[in-house]
Design a protein around this ligand. Structure first.
Ligand code: NAD
Ligand code: MG
Length: 394
């Protein structure tokens, strides 16, 4: 248990996912329902788990994003005074409910609206969902700033940089170096990669994560999204963001300064470290994670990423330089391509082809008049364009 105050009123958007479960585990380690008021929990189809979580943590409001699951969830929670909601509006309502700290851990663009609802009212946002920044970077940051809450990175690389980047030294920054495990296909040739299946792509060698982010890691689209995320989070020029492949996933990212100093954050690959830091910031709390044993580790390896094999990284740079709505187009086309790969409609390597195609077709409008509706509109357009590209290939 900690000696200082942690946020009291907590909401978790995406409670049933990998990050959501790890967040509840961290809360359980620090007193669970005795110490925290769980204001809202959301999930999708796994209402069985959602109802168990709601009961164990005595949640006030529970939402399934899947309207067809409303009555099942309601039945599972019969006899409790837990309020139940379903669908998109209820998700946004979950973001609006009065909590101090919100874990944004819904996967994909679906996470944007409820996270904005929480940011607008000034909650501190623990941000696991990278799509908020990738699709709506500048606007999302201004919403958080206006609301007055903190933006606390949870993605392990961004948490690492957040821990080692001294904002006072920002003018002396040389590079932000994101580490990447390289995924399961690091040593594959492109022709081997052409035939991989969604099941093998989802088996990450180092991190235990949701299916979509695991497949994004295999294609390095996850790192591509993280480059865009880092550019927004740390107000960095695209040329100052590098990626290095580090298969052991022990160094979670590094910051290099103009004087030759390089600062890094290390630890076992366990998301509870980043979640705990976002919860306790600016303090640190005890967590049930394995401690790093450098002697046992003995060796850390590094190599340059192969951008021929992983065009996602090149496309991310292109998108960062284009700026404006390009991130939204990048993310939307990637989500459609990823779903098409998961559904067996296209091959693994075609995902990048589709994103490249859509980025080339839709102009990335820039300017100060980009509001949320503009972002949703371009998201729809990019999805339609990506779907056409999928249909041509399928
Ligand atoms: P996951 O697939 O395990 O869980 C996703 C959660 O979102 C679940 O609660 C699911 O029910 C919910 N959800 C899915 N589709 C939804 C929809 N359309 N509407 C509303 N809710 C929906 O994913 P995860 O691995 O926990 O990742 C969550 C987010 O955190 C992602 O954006 C991912 O990129 C990011 N992230 C995850 C990790 C990790 O280690 N898992 C690390 C860094 C960042
Ligand atoms: Mg990450």
């Amino acid at each position: 248990m900690s000696n200082f105050d942690l946020p009291k009123k907590i909401s978790i958007l995406g409670a049933t996912g990998s990050i959501g479960k790890n967040t509840l585990d961290v809360l359980a380690h620090h007193g669970g329902a005795d110490n925290f008021d769980i204001i809202a929990l959301t999930g999708m189809s796994n209402v069985e788990l959602l109802s168990q979580q709601a009961k164990e943590f005595n949640a006030k409001f529970v939402v399934t994003a899947d309207e067809a699951k409303y009555s099942e969830l309601k039945d599972l929670l019969a006899g409790t005074d837990i309020e139940v909601g379903a669908g998109r509006k209820a998700l946004i309502e979950a973001g609006k409910r009065d909590s101090d700290w919100v874990m944004a851990a819904i996967v994909g663009m679906a996470g944007l609206a409820p996270t904005i609802a929480a940011a607008e009212r000034g909650a501190d946002i623990a941000l696991a969902n990278k799509e908020c920044l990738v699709s709506a970077g500048t606007l999302f940051k201004s919403i958080v700033e206006k609301g007055g809450g903190k933006l606390l990175p949870v993605d392990s690389e961004h948490s690492a940089i957040f821990q080692v980047l001294n904002r006072k030294h920002a003018p002396s920054l040389d590079k932000i170096i994101l580490t990447a495990s390289g995924g399961p296909y690091r040593s594959f040739t492109r022709s081997q990669m052409a035939n991989v299946t969604p099941i093998s792509a989802a088996a990450h060698p180092k991190w235990s994560m949701g299916t979509k982010i695991s497949i994004d890691s295999a294609s390095m689209f996850n790192k591509a999204l993280e480059m865009i995320e880092a550019m927004h989070l740390f107000d960095t020029h695209p040329d100052k963001i590098d990626v290095v492949v580090h298969p052991q996933s022990i160094i979670h990212s590094l910051v290099s300064y103009c004087d030759g100093s390089v600062l890094a954050q290390l630890g076992e690959p366990d998301m509870r470290t980043a979640i705990g830091y976002a919860l306790a910031y600016p303090n640190r709390i005890d967590l049930p994670v394995e401690k790093l044993d450098l002697v046992k580790l003995a060796q850390l390896d590094f190599e340059a990423p192969d951008e021929e094999k992983f065009p996602s990284l090149r496309l991310a740079r292109q998108s960062m330089k284009a700026g404006g709505l390009s991130g939204a187009i990048f993310n939307a086309s990637k989500e459609v391509a990823l779903d098409a790969f998961i559904d067996g409609k296209i091959g693994f390597l075609k995902m990048a082809d589709i994103v490249e195609d859509v980025l080339a077709k839709i102009p990335a409008k820039n300017g100060s008049d980009i509001d949320i509706q503009t972002i949703y509109n371009i998201d729809v357009t990019a999805r339609e364009e990506a779907q056409l590209a999928v249909n041509k290939l399928a």
